[in-house]
Design a protein around this ligand. Structure first.
Ligand code: NAI
Length: 280
């Protein structure tokens, strides 16, 4: 699959577009406004510039030449695979999948979502082709982390999953694991309650953010502590995933702690806004 579409050019969308173009694909990314498209392009240029400086990409300009950032979903009409990476909001994603079903004309195109926690079935059933809708969940930062979770819904055709696997492993050079369509899939269902526990620990005054993070780095060999990880993921995304997990399983360990909600309301979203548990 050479004709790739991505919707959303934020943290994840830009990363997915970059990886697809670096592996030789031709990518159309659609953003919601001219301003967001400009910011998305700047994000791609910065990331590819860093990759070139580190010798990981021969020519950032050549890769960028294979990426078009647009604002009209019609630009996705001829795509063979489209990965949705917009905000983690069910209503927004449902509305987008309805539109994708209208605009993406290639009859066997895969309509994929990078959602961290929204049931794939909710997105599949609003299209006329739920057999071609599935979760293809990348990890942040996309150019660095190897894993992709493949998440078919009950209605996804087995050939769709296999074509997605071939794309992800064969073309993009990633490694896939298979997950059921359950909130959080495998990795976030385990990781998010861990991050929430760290926030509760800090909130209760049990230990400082720095000591919690240093504890896990030095004592459990984690590459970064859970609060630094929350800042990297984005606290709005952490909260959204927690809400979905709680809705699905009704377990207190998935409930978002008040401090997380207050920080999101305050716009302290982590790295992307310059301040979260740490200042950047
Ligand atoms: P983000 O906030 O960085 O980017 C979202 C982008 O989507 C923004 O640039 C926004 O302008 C754009 N957008 C919003 N509505 C749109 C629409 N209707 N059409 C086109 N563009 C639209 O969010 P991020 O972190 O990239 O997350 C995107 C998705 O990826 C979410 O579903 C999230 O759960 C998932 N995800 C996030 C990870 C993370 O570590 N942040 C990891 C894996 C998955």
């Amino acid at each position: 699959m050479d004709k790739v579409g991505v919707v959303g050019c934020g943290l994840m969308g830009a990363g997915i577009a970059e990886v697809a173009a670096r592996s030789g694909g031709h990518v159309v990314v659609v953003e919601s406004s001219e301003e967001a498209a400009k910011a998305g392009l700047a994000r791609l240029e910065a990331s590819l510039g860093r990759a070139e400086a580190k010798g990981k990409v021969d020519s950032a300009a050549d890769v960028l030449a294979r990426i078009a950032v647009e604002t009209d979903l019609e630009a996705l009409a001829d795509r063979e695979v489209v990965v949705e990476a917009i905000v983690e909001d069910e209503d927004a994603k449902v509305a987008l999948f309805r539109r994708l079903d209208e605009v993406v004309r290639a009859p066997d195109a895969i309509l994929a979502s990078n959602t961290s926690s929204i049931p794939i079935m909710k997105l599949g059933v609003v299209t006329s082709r739920p057999q071609q809708v599935m979760g293809v969940h990348f990890f942040n930062p996309v150019p660095v982390l190897q894993l992709v979770e493949l998440v078919p819904s009950l209605l996804t055709g087995p050939e769709t999953t296999e074509r997605a696997r071939t794309w992800v492993e064969g073309s993009l050079g990633k490694q896939a694991i298979d997950c059921q369509d359950r909130a959080g899939f495998v990795v976030n269902a385990l990781l998010i309650p861990f991050v929430l526990s760290a926030i509760r620990m800090m909130e209760s005054g049990f230990a400082t953010a720095d000591d919690i993070d240093r504890g896990l780095v030095l004592g459990a060999a984690h590459p970064q502590g859970p609060l630094a990880l929350a800042d990297l993921i984005g606290l709005d995304t952490v909260q959204a995933v927690a809400v979905s997990l709680y809705e699905e399983f009704k377990e207190p360990l998935y409930a978002a702690p008040p401090l997380l909600a207050r920080m999101v309301d305050a716009g302290l979203l982590g790295r992307k806004t310059g301040r979260g548990f740490y200042t950047y």
